[in-house]
Design a protein around this ligand. Sequence first.
Ligand SMILES: *Cc1c(COP(=O)(O)O)cnc(C)c1O
Length: 466
Amino acid sequence: MPLHKGPEKRDERPLSVNPFYGEADPVGGMTEAPPKHRLPDAPLPPSTAYQLVHDELMLDGNSRLNLATFVTTWMEPQAGVLMGECRDKNMIDKDEYPRTAELERRCVAMLADLWNAPDPAAAVGCSTTGSSEACMLAGMALKRRWSKRNPKPGARPNLVMGINVQVCWDKFCNFWEVEPRLIPMEGDRFHLDPQAAAALCDENTIGVVAILGSTFDGSYEPVADLCAALDELQERTGLDIPVHVDGASGGMVAPFLDPDLAWDFRLPRVASINTSGHKYGLVYPGVGWALWRDHDALPEELVFRVNYLGGDMPTFALNFSRPGAQVVAQYYTFLRLGREGYRAVQQTTRDVAGRLAERIEALGDFRLLTRGDQLPVFAFTTGHDVTAYDVFDVSRRLRESGWLVPAYTFPPHREDLSVLRVVCRNGFSADLAELFVDDLRRLLPELRRQPHPLTKDKGAATGFHH
Ligand SMILES: *Cc1c(COP(=O)(O)O)cnc(C)c1O
């Protein structure tokens, strides 16, 4: 998302006075298009303002055909009603809205249980606007724990992670002046390597981030092996390096579909975990969660107490005011689905991903990097003998049928590799997946007849969302 700049020069002509559109009557109605880049001088009737905004938004994409995003695009009507009922509730106002605060507390307790905190009563956590804010908070806790260990004067903290981390970790390192130590990709390894991670650690390492569900290809990083490598490092050197698991997606997939995979608080080295409630937590955008194993993992001095809204509630957040609706919707979804329900929804999504990956492989032109059997997400590229077109051509041509499938190059050491990625979500049904394969198959003869890859502006063709 670019930082928005000032207006471009446009001529703003008068609207024709159409009695069928808005309230285009001469008395208090619309005779001229309102300015778009400065506040209009006078009010508009609500129906006219509504019509203008509504019409412009018709040009936004159809979110159900967007296979780029991880974020929830469908909820039940009842969730929508609850969210509407809560749209005026401010999450920070815990004294005025004690029940909303209580629902947040229950969600934290449910997640602590789901993620196998050894003592769920000792775990602490909070809701956030998404995983990015949750990762900032978790990173700040790691950094503060490091600085309390009395590093040498002038020492610079560092954070170890795979080069495939989501951009929020680059932001964290930039904003909080922490050196990012990135483990490059190597050959067919597209995420963190435990031994390489341990080798990058020193006395100024605030922690290692492991991603449960890499945004690049949907693969789980080997959290347990990472912890074992860091145990071994501690035995050898005495360095005790905590792990944060970025479970933005996988935090709400693995507990239901891979219950035997130890990636969470079952591993003593895992100090904190985040997830995006608005990804596989199945809530509309605007909610994430950050949890710490216990009070030791979250230094007390980072937590603020405010009394000017009445009451005395501890808060740890970057924002102050924030809507309560998403937290309520998360609680609704937890209550509505339970473990069985989540398992069924996520299994269906993973089945769709696995089937779709197979069907794409069977087309013959493509090579799968992942198969959608961890996150319901997979990446694929063109086969070695495909020279007439590339993944950017496929992405651009799929847009003609409304499908948004990002194409992008991999980071250093594998920049040679360009892929397409499909993110399957609840609402992307087996039927829609069939239609998608049909559309892709229909494109192939034309693509194969190209003299060479044709997409010049590769950036414009893509639309990669972490
Ligand atoms: C999406 C994602 C994030 C950022 O989450 P938001 O909820 O969009 O802020 C961070 N890490 C990973 C691994 C992600 O997939």
